[in-house]
Design a protein around this ligand. Structure first.
Ligand code: CP
Ligand code: NVA
Length: 310
């Protein structure tokens, strides 16, 4: 009885636990169909526009391929190649694109761009990463954990590093799904206090515990999954040197992971920097599920497109 037709996805707090669980189950089902060679094209004849203001490997390719597999056509719209890059306003862009397309994905800097686009578009808008949130990645991540562990509720995920878009969406998603999330960040790089507050509010419904600490050792203690992300996100490249200094004690390495459960999953949204946020031994080791996460972007976003645009 879950029906997401016509909805936007700006961040996972837009959705109930039941709706997120529905998307994860659908993602698993669509993955099975794809592996069995079953053709499933509920979006035949439909179109989705993909607006990119930042670089992308996974998001672009998984949305384009996913749309194709569902029978839809995807248009790659680099911000600099459309009039948006020359100052055409978001509200006009949203209303024009809504006359052609059945859905729009946007990857941008300021989250307000996603909010504005959704406000003025009459078709579903999907956040393909903003400085605040990365909900598509987190759908794929929880699908991956679910596949590996057979459950989500009551598990513990530790996130080590920058309190960025990934940290935020993992906290919100974890809170919704009953997964305990511990974030360890250095001073000045903590997650947004508003998002922490909001996650804790959501977590009251599911029993999840949301912890923010300075200590990577405390965060990884008995963790089922250890997650990290780049120290300098897109748009922060010029801070690389200052950040390397601030984050030097926050590398996920062989010593740190000893504190987690022995069957812990190492997770990273990618792209990664070996020798910075993670050692080569850990990211390329036997506990790493990074390529399952990357693959699941395809399946999770197919579920999302089918549910919103079908
Ligand atoms: N994880 C992720 O969103 O990767 P891309 O930047 O390559 O899309
Ligand atoms: N935090 C990273 C994630 C990239 C997928 C960034 O925003 O650049």
């Amino acid at each position: 009885h879950v029906n997401l037709k016509g909805r936007d996805l700006l961040e996972l707090d837009d959705y109930t636990t039941e709706e997120i669980q529905y998307l994860l189950d659908l993602a698993v089902e669509l993955k099975r169909k794809q592996k069995n060679g079953e053709v499933y094209q509920p979006l035949k004849g439909k179109t989705i526009g993909l607006i990119f203001e930042k670089s992308s490997t996974r998001t672009r390719v998984s949305f384009e391929v996913g749309a194709f597999q569902l029978g839809a056509h995807a248009l790659f719209l680099s911000k600099n190649d459309i009039q948006l890059g020359r100052g055409e306003i978001i509200s006009d862009t949203a209303q024009v694109l809504s006359r052609y397309l059945d859905g729009i994905m946007i990857r941008t800097f300021g989250h307000h761009n996603v909010v504005d686009l959704a406000e003025y578009a009459s078709v579903p808008v999907i956040n393909g990463l903003s400085d605040l949130a990365h909900p598509c990645q987190v759908l794929a991540d929880f699908q991956t954990i679910y596949e590996q562990k057979g459950a989500l509720k009551g598990l513990k995920l530790a996130y080590i590093g920058d309190g960025n878009n990934m940290a935020h969406s993992l906290m919100i998603g974890g809170a919704k799904l009953g997964v305990h999330v511990s974030i360890a960040s250095p001073e000045g790089y903590e997650p947004d206090p508003e998002v922490v507050k909001q996650s804790r509010e959501i977590a009251k419904q599911t029993g999840a515990e949301i912890v923010v600490t300075r200590s990577p050792q405390e965060a990884v203690k008995d963790a089922d999954a250890i997650y990290t992300d780049v120290w300098a996100s897109m748009g922060f490249e010029e801070e690389q040197k200052i950040r390397e200094a601030a984050f030097k004690n926050y590398q996920v390495d062989e010593e740190l992971v000893k504190g987690a459960k022995s069957d812990y999953l190492f997770m990273h949204c990618l792209p990664a920097h070996r020798g910075e946020e993670v050692s080569a031994g850990v990211i390329d080791g036997k506990n790493s599920v990074i390529f399952d996460q990357a693959e699941n972007r395809l399946h999770a976003q197919k579920a999302l497109m089918a549910a919103l645009m079908g």
